[in-house]
Design a protein around this ligand. Sequence first.
Ligand code: PMV
Length: 321
Amino acid sequence: MNKSTAYANANIALIKYWGKSDVRLNVPAVPSISMTLSHLGTTVTVESIDKNHELSDPSFKDSERARLFKYLELVREFFPYDGHLRITSKSSIPVSAGLASSASFFAALATALNDHFSLKLAKKELSILARMGSASAARSIFGGFCALGYESHEDAYAYELKSDLDVAMVIAVVDQGPKKISSREAMNITANTSPFFDNFVKEQPKDFDKALAAIKDGDFLALGKLMEHSTLKMFATMWTALPAINYWKPESLGLINLVYELRNELGAVFFTMDAGPNVKILCPSELLPQVLSKVARSGLTVDIRSSALGQGAQIINEHLS
Ligand code: PMV
């Protein structure tokens, strides 16, 4: 049987997506901005089979497996295909630990499906296809800095942003284990119960516009400040949900304090976090060695990865067996 394989890098949101306006189609309630990582991502191979979808990756939980099969049926509604699919995947990042593994997985999957069914989708449509699996995946179709639209199914696609900013990201891993509550579930609880959620949605387009300008103008300090503000506003909605959602660990706060120290010493160093306890540190590339060495000496991490701006999803010729 013919196989199609694609690789996609993970991406980390600088202006956060949190909450959906359409749960079934995964349309974000807010616009977001991200940077695509380099060398941290997922390879996915797709193959047609006769009966029942299959996923040959034991690291997926049952709920994630169910979510994938539901996605493959959603794809069938938009692009009818016969039979079923066997999906094989391999990731260089721990799955479901708030390290954007679902973004790289669904971006690689959509790219492989586009090839497998000869859909000939333009990048915009491909981004929409990836978004239906995981909204953040829409952004991993592209490299560099990306924006992701919102409001409606047709508007919620990602596009690349031009910039001269030369940035690096340190991923300070404090826990590799899978999160107890998925971002999907956490978003729904937050949107339904936090008194702060509506304000987050209302404020976000302003942060988005300012961050677009900062990226265009190469204003790293403005971008870093907006990123931290967007991150903490997102967590404020989680902490005030019922039940409260808290992904942070003592080490997370330790690393945030370390970022404040680094900022005092070096200037341009900022943090963000996602649906997990791990801390991502953004800095201009020239500060990467100093940031890495301080994080490594902190004793707060179980693993440290670093990344430059990476490329968008692409088809590759080596299939996973
Ligand atoms: O696309 P999901 O379901 O993996 O949600 C991503 C949510 C955040 O990582 C917290 C923010 C973002 O924009 O990536």
